[in-house]
Design a protein around this ligand. Structure first.
Ligand code: SF4
Length: 251
């Protein structure tokens, strides 16, 4: 019985006891009062699916909900590799769970580790500008990294760390089902494509990452160090946008 129905029954019990104590043995209930009571009790009946049940079902089935559960129940408490010991926060991913395009960097840096969000700080601001240049708001896309914890001194991810953490990325992509991926930087691209090819060789081509088309461009942090790479990055993201539009049926 719902709380509201229990309250009504308790009020009725109290009323009857007071009537009994007052010596009333019989009483007449007006039809209108009976009808109103019935209506109130009917309204107090719990529906077959309560609001919290509806919300929990949505959490179980929506992309955002499934991603949140993966983060909460697995990634945020993960100790699979040695990087867990020095992290402040895991950095799962951010953005639109229904995005057609996912940007993947190599690993969180200092700001990301502190805030728990990928691509914040100056490199993140530059990424936001690059996205805007091809007509995307940050909220239109999904952004994450291969590794979910920060390597010490921002060193490159090590093979055992990638082996332990990449399955989380694969599960994110399985949930997101993007039309296209963009690897940000040499390390992310080499890690995902399992190659030692230079960034120059990997750029300008469409690769395959577990069945999803993937393109490669410079990491925004590299552009901050070397502004000469802004022009080739601009060319890359123009091609990326065209591929996205073609695959998402927006061409
Ligand atoms: S980097 Fe990945 S595998 Fe390693 S502890 Fe963090 S979440 Fe787990």
């Amino acid at each position: 019985m719902s709380q509201r129905a229990e309250n009504i029954v308790e009020d009725l019990r109290l009323f009857l006891r007071q009537q009994e104590e007052a010596g009333v043995e019989r009483w007449h209930l007006d039809e209108g009062i009976v009808a109103a009571a019935r209506q109130t009790l009917a309204g107090a009946q719990p529906s077959s699916r309560t609001q919290s049940q509806v919300e929990s079902t949505e959490e179980e089935t929506s992309k955002a909900g499934v991603l949140a559960r993966l983060d909460r129940e697995e990634v945020s408490i993960c100790t699979r590799c040695k990087l867990h010991s020095d992290r402040n926060r895991t950095v799962f991913g951010v953005g639109n769970p229904n995005a057609n395009i996912v940007f993947v960097g190599e690993a969180p840096g200092r700001d990301e580790d502190l805030q728990g969000e990928p691509f914040v700080g100056m490199a993140g601001q530059l990424l936001t500008k690059i996205l805007a240049a091809i007509g995307f708001a940050r909220e239109d896309v999904y952004i994450c990294n291969v590794l979910k914890c920060r390597p010490p001194q921002n060193r490159d991810p090590q093979p055992d760390e990638v082996a332990q953490c990449e399955p989380y990325l694969l599960r994110q992509l399985e949930i997101l089902q993007p039309k296209v991926i963009c690897a940000l930087g040499r390390v992310a691209a080499q890690t995902l494509l399992q190659t030692r090819d230079s960034l120059t060789r990997m750029r300008g081509r469409v690769h395959d990452y577990h069945g999803v088309p993937m393109m490669v461009t410079y990491h925004p942090a590299a552009l901050l160090r070397n502004p000469n790479w802004k022009r080739p990055t601009w060319e890359d993201v123009q091609k990326l946008r065209a591929l996205h539009d073609e695959l998402a049926g927006e061409a």
